[in-house]
Design a protein. Structure first.
Length: 305
């Protein structure tokens, strides 16, 4: 992604949901995107998939296998979705079609992208349910989403995402709303099924990110404020927002960050975090900091880093 922007016009002003994002995801890497609710994480994932409403204004580049996905035709992009890049949406209860059997929903994507007939697509759907450890998959393909628990629905979403063997998976809050035991099972499952794939993991759960990610980026008010290896983020955080986010963990004091995230319509002048930062100076209030590489591969948007 190069200088990626996604803005939405509204009667109250422009919503700058994704603002000047620059990052790359390597082959077979799990890259974590962390931030508070409403910071633009999900919009970034939907921008990559080109699943935004027509009113969205998108600028910049999304380079995938040498092509800018923002410039390819819609028919070509439909071929990329699911087959090359798949998105595991958050909240499977609302993402799954309640009036279609689970097997039909998985098989539909398989028929579309792999050209299999109805019978072979059904067999592949059964195989995918088995791969995500759903017992009696041949029977459960004939069941409807309401017959599955929350954890099982999430497994179905993972099976749908993997059905066409994509090279990049965008997982949007894959453990949201799950209890501790089921969450641990889903983390273990994602780790296993994505070993040979690249993944963009969108989450606000630092514990999940710590277990799964190779590199992590912190997103705040539509922009990245820090990214580095997972170890550097957890052991040597440089941005005040990153330190505050980590400080909210139970094993680090459970200290909340003061204040509220700003509106993406009315962003603060200067550093977007300065109204909540106890280290803010006059320069932070006047000038917007650039993202700077302070160590090899460790980038931060802060004057004092």
């Amino acid at each position: 992604m190069i200088n990626l922007k996604t803005h939405f016009p509204t009667p109250d002003g422009i919503v700058r949901a994704v603002d000047r994002i620059d990052l790359s995801i390597r082959e077979k890497e799990t890259f974590g995107l962390i931030g508070e609710t409403g910071c633009g994480k999900t919009v970034l994932g939907l921008t990559i998939m080109r699943l935004l409403p027509p009113s969205a204004a998108v600028e910049g580049k999304i380079i995938y296998k040498g092509k800018n996905l923002l410039e390819v035709s819609e028919p070509e992009m439909r071929g990329v979705r699911g087959e090359e890049i798949a998105m595991i949406l958050q909240n499977p209860t609302t993402s799954l079609n309640p009036v279609l059997r689970v097997g039909e929903q998985i098989a539909e994507a398989i028929r579309l992208h792999q050209g299999l007939n109805k019978r072979d697509a059904k067999e592949k759907a059964i195989e995918m349910l088995g791969s995500v450890r759903i017992s009696s998959p041949s029977r459960r393909t004939s069941e409807y989403p309401h017959e599955f628990s929350g954890g099982m629905k999430q497994r179905v979403m993972i099976a749908m995402g993997l059905a066409c063997d994509p090279s990049l998976i965008i997982a949007d809050e894959p453990t949201k709303g799950l209890d501790v035991t089921i969450k641990a099972q889903i983390i273990e499952l994602i780790t296993k099924v994505t070993e040979e794939k690249a993944m963009l993991l969108i989450t606000h759960d630092l514990g999940v990110a710590m277990e799964l990610c190779d590199r992590i980026a912190l997103m705040y008010a539509g922009e990245l404020v820090e990214y580095a290896t997972a170890r550097e983020i957890f052991d040597d955080p440089l941005h005040p927002y990153t330190r505050g986010f980590l400080g909210s963990l139970p094993n680090r004091g459970l200290v909340p960050i003061h204040g509220m995230s700003p509106s993406l319509i009315d962003l603060p002048r200067g550093c977007r975090f300065h109204p909540r930062c106890k280290h803010a100076t006059e320069a932070c209030r006047r000038k917007h900091p650039d993202m700077v590489e302070v160590e090899a591969g460790h980038f931060v948007r802060c004057f004092d880093a």
